[in-house]
Design a protein. Structure first.
Ligand SMILES: Nc1ncnc2c1ncn2[C@@H]1O[C@H](COP(=O)(O)OP(=O)(O)OP(=O)(O)O)[C@@H](O)[C@H]1O
Ligand SMILES: Nc1ncnc2c1ncn2[C@@H]1O[C@H](COP(=O)(O)OP(=O)(O)OP(=O)(O)O)[C@@H](O)[C@H]1O
Ligand SMILES: [Mg+2]
Ligand SMILES: [Mg+2]
Lengths: 250, 225, 355, 225, 355
């Protein structure tokens, strides 16, 4: 199948695509929070297919900037829906390939004992702690955390004392190091540590925040790319994604 | 520039000034010692000073975070003694920046100090100047231009610093959110126009500042070693 | 303030091993070939060579012994280095004032003016050292060291790159400084000729060892000192001003058993002055010559003769109670049949006698 | 260390070597010119050289990306001429690193060059050395230690570089993924153990290297300016 | 290779404005007080002062005119600077060889050995400059400049910090180098005394202006030259070796209308040599003295008299066709009633005559 995209950089992408055709390694740009899961998926995928996969992790904002400037990625697994939608609008993706591949789950985690319990009582006394969140302007998990804090009526007095990370990995470091008492992180980050992340976490009910949809798109169409996207929707993949702490789209 | 960005600018300047001043203060005796000593410890210290350069700043920041955290030693000691945690505070940022920008201050100073001949110090001694007095009245004026270089490198590097601050700062507005992170945030959140504006201002202000410093250096730069 | 010092300092190829006992308020000249350790000796006295095993006492206070070492900056020693070593970041005035401020001198008082005037650097005060000629730099360095009114003055070939007019102005000034401050001065030079007129004491160095040391005239008239020091052999006399020939600007002096006409010193009648007579300026005759331009012809007795190089002979003559040297050709010595005890006349070219 | 990490190490070393060599090559004439000229352009050039320091590396990387992108001028020009895009290639990384590490090489060299007295060059000329010859045979050996400093700062800074590379490199394994990003990725994906290992190795290797360089510098460092 | 130069160079406080025409294969001595522009003159000749408006021609090739300037490194000029300026990163051997390599000399051939031996630095070849004494450094700098076999040799007070023994070895060597390479040598010094024996030409500088220039004897015996240059007044004669007194190591010389005994030069009988006679070594008598150690007593005629300072008189004497100077006290001049035309005897201390 011939590439069907029309874009400012389209012609060049075509050129590069033929040049790198022989390599046949799929380059997948992945949001940092999903990188570990993506690697697990890649391993599983490579065991079933002749295609090779290269995972390039990074922040979604940065990947976006790179893609519109000609980055040689085949597939983009974003951390949100905003960037994929923008890319679609601007004609940088293979039309019709945008879809949700995972839905993030927010937890409130503390590495110390006695701060977080499984019922979420902490929410009432949230303002007594040093809480780390992802920057709500950059990370969907940050937006979700803000909704939760606002719902508990703490946002206004806490807004300027929250410890902000660029992304949830940073929030994880902040909490893990003990520098912050607790933080809003992804479920995937606490359970991917083999369940032995210290302290305790509370899985925040979905009703307290807007679902964190993470979307995937094909940037440069190829048989391999289409094949991988198909795999992403397979039951095998969904199993890996959900054991990693995400919900999968029905 | 939004109010938040202005706040970040202010924090940045405070941080850069504090870091530069501290670095000049501790860098002076250290660089002097390094330039004069024949101790076997010298290459060890020199290597240690240069080391922070090698690690990516975010990683360095990560380890600093582990160090400063009140959850374990040595951060816990500081916490127990002072009731104060250094992580996510301005003081913590200063410590991180000082470590990270250290080589940029030490190395030019050390090089310049090595260029001051023993002979010159001998003359000062025969004229009644104690070592400290001679350092102040002879060495300092002779290496003025190295101090300018050191201060510029240290200051600029702190302004542009990012990874360490990201890790141990926590972007608390007015306390630890610095300009470099603010710009980064704008880029990440696709607010390119704001990013351009702040970068442009930063560039222009820096350029004018640097230009003035270098012009001043040229004017008074007649005296060589 | 007298100086006694015992200095020992080792370098891989070189050992300095010197013992000094210099009189107070005196000028000692250190003389020796290149590399003989003159600079090293001065540096040791100033406390600039570490790892030395010295004992240095100046004017009764101990500067260094095996228990303690007073650091250089507390020694109050004026040092003019072989190279001028001016501070490049200070103007000439700043260089001169640097030490004054640190030694309780008024940095713009009379003394500053006097020193800069005598060293002829008043016009240079506002210039940076790098724009000075070699001799100008050297004069500033001298001014800077003198300005601190030191307790010991060390001069390492200070006048080497200066013209004669400057030398003639600076040398007497150093001599005056010694008297005013009552300090010992140690002066390294390769030009005995130039300094012998102000020197009281002479130290001959060879390969780091003191070959001879003592009052100038004792050393200079000692025919045993090694040849290499004798190129400029001369002798020094003491005398008193008796009368003055104002028309010809001459003084008539008498010493112990002799009298001389010399260029007027402008000292009051009756004052005691010193004379230096270069051996080359003395000739020997058997009879008293008449009608000669040589003013001073004194009866003398040959004390001893010693060969001086291949063609010359150094003759020690006794005039009254004093010894002086004459350097003549060996051929003349043979022709005149000079031998110890012979009564002769010493012809001293009047113009060569300096006060 | 995984195979990917080894690949990243290899890319890092290649990048740091290439950058350091290029910087020494272009830095030498530039620093020499800066140290000798009385041109009015001097402070402008000096300010420009120091400017990359001021911007956070990621932001600088962002602008470099805009510059190198084949989607617009001047990247498009290069692309049209060479059929080759610089963004996301090793060459692009080299350009970015050269720009970013420039001040760390220029400044120590310029300072050292300023310390070489005109007098010394005059002697060389009277002995028949052309200006280039005199530079090679007199200036270079006299400023050896500044070259070591410049090379270490440049190399180390490139190894530790991160933001620029992240942006314009795209961290493509084997081509533009460098060690600093590899460590960062491990940290970001919470693979602390791997991060510790690589950081530890990097630290140790760097320390030994720096130690050896500084020991060598000390041994041969008898001759001062 | 002769040198003709017209040099003009301005500094804020100082203007050098000199015209030179120096004979080929000659040694020209530049003499003048500190700050008179000697160094600046040498630097201009070497092409080290920019913004000059010079015309310099050496041995027929134009080094500089208003059209073009040959850069210093192509001028083949040996320059010994006032300070030694050794390369700190090279050992002594490396310093000396630096220029040799760049001027087609074999850096370890016979010439290298000869130069290092004569300058007495063979033991220092493996040392770094910073471990040398002042005089040692200066000797290395001289060796380095001579080693390139230059077409023009510029020496800025090269022997100022050297002892007499070294001077006596190096000066004749410079003279020999001039003859071997057939080059002009320009030599700055404050010690006329020391150099007059090898100088052919004399240039007197004052405040950047050439006060007088010409063959040594012409200048030295010219009573019109300013006083300040005359402290060491002396004159130079040409003569031929006639016979030798081997026992006393003396030569008998004859010149145009006079004869002299001098310390043997070891030159073959019949060779032409030069003599320098310091004015202070000449005394005047009306009758021929007997029984004196002064070997050389020559009939002479008083040419002119001029006052020299307050108490002395400079007398120009004609001996045969030559002029020589005598410096005597004014009192003697009065006593002897000296006046132009008077027939007298010039007594020259034999030991003062130098070849
Ligand atoms: N770099 C300079 N900048 C400005 N003026 C200078 C510079 N070098 C020398 N001068 C001045 O130029 C004049 C001539 O200097 P020069 O060095 O030629 O003197 P000189 O005859 O060599 O003296 P000396 O015997 O002291 O070495 C002096 O008045 C000196 O102060
Ligand atoms: N820094 C040094 N390191 C090693 N040796 C040195 C050092 N300085 C001087 N020397 C050596 O020590 C000896 C004495 O040196 P010193 O400088 O005292 O001689 P000097 O009598 O002052 O000679 P000059 O008249 O040439 O100045 C010389 O052999 C010299 O080579
Ligand atoms: Mg010496
Ligand atoms: Mg001079």
């Amino acid at each position: 199948t011939a590439p069907v995209r029309v874009s400012a950089a389209g012609g060049q992408n075509e050129l590069r695509q033929t040049a790198s055709h022989q390599k046949a390694a799929l380059r997948i740009a992945v949001a940092s929070n999903f990188a570990l899961t993506a690697r697990a998926l890649a391993n599983d995928y490579e065991s079933q297919s002749a295609n090779r996969v290269v995972i390039i992790s990074g922040s979604t904002g940065k990947h976006y900037a790179q893609i519109i400037n000609g980055a040689p990625f085949d597939i983009f697994l974003a951390a949100d829906t905003l960037r994929p939608a923008l890319l679609e609008e601007e004609g940088f993706i293979d039309t019709g390939t945008r879809r949700t591949y995972a839905i993030g789950r927010l937890v409130l985690w503390s590495a110390k004992s006695g701060i977080v319990d499984e019922e979420g009582h902490i929410l009432e006394r949230l303002d007594q702690y040093r809480i780390a969140v992802a920057n709500e302007r950059l990370a969907p998990y940050g937006v979700a955390a803000r909704e939760v804090i606002s719902g508990a009526q703490h946002w206004n007095q806490m807004r300027d004392s929250l410890i902000r990370g660029e992304n949830i990995s940073q929030v994880y470091h902040f909490v893990a190091s003990g520098g912050a008492d607790a933080g809003f992180v992804a479920l995937s980050s606490v359970i991917n540590r083999g369940g032995d992340a210290p302290g305790a976490y509370w899985i925040i009910p979905q009703k307290l925040y807007t679902p964190i949809d993470q979307q995937a798109v094909i940037l440069r169409s190829s048989l391999a790319a289409i094949d991988f996207m198909a795999y992403l929707g397979s039951e095998d993949a969904k199993a890996i994604i959900s054991t990693s702490g995400y919900r999968v789209p029905q | 520039m939004s109010e938040a960005d202005l706040g970040a600018l202010f924090v940045t300047l405070r941080l850069a000034f504090a870091t530069t001043i501290i670095l000049l203060l501790i860098g002076t005796p250290l660089a002097w010692w390094l330039s004069r000593t024949r101790s076997r410890a010298k290459p060890v210290i020199e290597a240690l000073v240069a080391l922070p350069l090698i690690l990516p700043p975010t990683v360095l920041g990560f380890y600093l975070l582990l160090l400063l955290s009140p959850a374990r030693f040595p951060g816990s000691l500081i916490y127990d003694l002072t009731g104060y945690s250094l992580a996510f505070t301005f003081s913590g940022l200063v410590i991180g920046s000082v470590l990270y920008s250290m080589p940029f201050v030490i190395q030019p100073l050390q090089n310049a100090f090595s260029g001051v001949r023993q002979e010159t110090l001998e003359v000062a001694a025969t004229l009644g100047a104690s070592p400290v007095d001679a350092f102040r009245s002879v060495v300092l004026p002779m290496v003025r231009s190295a101090y300018i270089t050191a201060a510029i490198l240290g200051f600029a590097h702190t302004v542009g610093e990012f990874g360490v601050v990201l890790m141990i700062g926590g972007s608390i507005p007015g306390e630890t959110q610095v300009l470099s992170i603010a710009i980064y945030d704008h880029v990440e959140s696709l607010e390119y126009a704001q990013a351009h504006t702040i970068s442009g201002i930063l560039f222009l202000v820096s350029f004018i500042l640097l230009f003035l410093v270098y012009t001043g250096k040229r004017k008074s730069g007649m005296m060589r070693l | 303030m007298s100086v006694t010092a015992k200095i020992r300092f080792e370098r891989p190829d070189f050992v300095l091993d010197a013992e000094l006992a210099l009189p107070a308020q005196s000028i000692s000249v250190v003389f020796g070939v290149s590399g003989s350790g003159k600079t090293t000796l001065l540096r040791s006295l100033a406390g600039l060579e570490s790892h030395t095993d010295n004992r240095i006492e100046v004017g009764g206070s101990v500067w260094q012994d095996n228990k303690r070492t007073i650091p250089t900056h507390l020694r109050k020693v004026g040092f003019v280095f072989q190279e001028s070593r001016l501070f490049p970041h200070l103007k000439v005035a700043g260089n001169v004032r640097y030490g004054m401020k640190r030694n309780g001198q008024d940095p713009s008082g009379k003394y500053f003016e006097r020193i800069t005037r005598i060293l002829d650097i008043t016009d240079l005060l506002d210039r940076f050292p790098e724009s000075l000629s070699g001799g100008e730099q050297q004069r500033v360095a001298i001014a800077r060291a003198l300005a601190i009114k030191p307790e010991l003055l060390l001069l390492d070939e200070p006048l080497a790159s200066l013209d004669l007019a400057s030398k003639q102005k600076i040398l007497p000034f150093i001599s005056r400084i010694r008297n005013e401050l009552k300090i010992p001065v140690i002066y390294v030079t390769h030009s005995l000729d130039e300094v012998v007129r102000i020197a009281d004491w002479l130290i001959l160095l060879d390969s780091g060892r003191v070959v001879a040391a003592g009052p100038v005239n004792e050393i200079l008239t000692n025919p045993d000192i090694p040849l290499m020091f004798r190129y400029d052999a001369s002798s020094v006399l003491e005398a008193t001003v008796q009368e003055r020939d104002i028309e010809h600007h001459l003084d008539f002096l008498t010493g112990d058993g002799y009298s001389l006409w010399v260029q007027s010193s402008d000292q009051p009648i009756g004052s005691a002055i010193r004379l230096s007579i270069a051996a080359r300026d003395v000739s020997v005759t058997l009879s008293h010559a008449q009608d000669t331009s040589i003013l001073n012809i004194l009866p003398a007795v040959v004390e001893s003769l010693s060969p001086d190089g291949e063609s010359r002979t150094l003759v020690v003559l006794r005039i009254g109670s004093q010894l002086i040297l004459a350097r003549i050709t060996s051929r003349s010595a043979t022709l005149l049949k000079l031998e110890p005890g012979l009564a002769v006349f010493a012809q001293i070219k009047g113009v060569a006698v300096i006060s």
